[in-house]
Design a protein around this ligand. Structure first.
Ligand code: HEM
Ligand code: HEM
Length: 189
């Protein structure tokens, strides 16, 4: 009886370990992951550059365009995720399950909130927001207080987002190197 249950559990674990996210979700995960990490690095770097520097404006415009593009990709990802669902988590403790779900949920919230607060901050500026060179319809007005409010939130969220990415990465590495449960393969191209 116990042997049969063990065999069934092993079979179940093997099945779970070999199940993976749908291909479009894997592609979107890695494209967005690279872009978010790049955006965090570019963001922290560009705010430290001296005011009036041409390279700073170029970088800020690139940051805005890539940020809005990421936002659109995240919307597509959420729709695809709703359509395909996800493979069930491999067997793990309740706290680990809760930690993984919470971190991943918060990463989704951050992937929406970061571009949104950045875009709102940029909208209260007389120069407007350009997407890859194209001026977007301007509905905001020049308002320093609103700009500071949204960029303030944007800046705090960036640190939270960076911490979540580190946590998420360490979680993935724990599964890969300590638990050796093949979790990373579920998200591997
Ligand atoms: C740094 C390298 C990264 C690694 C090694 C990694 C690895 C993984 C793995 C293995 C999974 C699947 C977990 C499972 O099977 O349940 C996953 C899911 C996820 N990752 Fe990452 N990831 C990385 C970066 C990122 C970044 C930068 C973000 C976003 C900011 C991100 C957001 C997510 C989300 C939201 C999920 C849940 C997917 C879903 O259920 O729809 N990841 N990641
Ligand atoms: C994935 C999305 C995004 C990430 C991860 C991100 C990340 C960052 C980071 C790390 C900073 C530096 C924060 C600081 O130290 O104060 C920053 C600043 C900034 N971001 Fe973003 N950002 C994103 C999207 C956007 C979008 C969509 C826009 C505008 C359309 C935008 C506009 C700005 C601007 C103008 C600043 C400079 C703010 C200031 O001068 O205080 N960001 N961003």
């Amino acid at each position: 009886m116990t042997a049969a249950r063990t065999a069934a559990a092993t079979q179940d674990e093997t099945r779970v370990a070999h199940e993976h996210f749908a291909r479009p979700l894997i592609a979107l995960h890695w494209i967005i992951a690279v872009c978010i990490i790049a955006m965090l690095c570019i963001g922290f770097y560009m705010v430290g550059l001296p005011r009036g520097m041409a390279f700073k404006s170029t970088l800020i415009n690139f940051h805005k365009s890539l940020g809005i593009t990421i936002f659109l990709l995240v919307l597509i990802r959420i729709l695809v995720r709703l359509a395909y669902g996800r493979p069930p988590l491999p067997p793990m403790g309740a706290w680990q399950r809760a930690a993984a779900s919470t971190t991943q949920g918060l990463l989704y919230v951050g992937m929406i909130a970061m571009p949104l607060t950045g875009y709102l901050g940029s909208s209260f500026n007389k120069f407007g927001t350009r997407l890859w060179g194209v001026l977007l319809p301007q509905w905001g007005w020049d308002d320093k207080a609103m700009r500071e409010l949204f960029f303030g939130i944007h800046g705090y969220l960036a640190w939270i987002m960076a911490a979540l990415v580190v946590l998420h990465f360490l979680g993935a590495m724990k599964h890969q190197l300590i638990d050796k449960d093949g979790l990373l393969r579920r998200m591997w191209p």
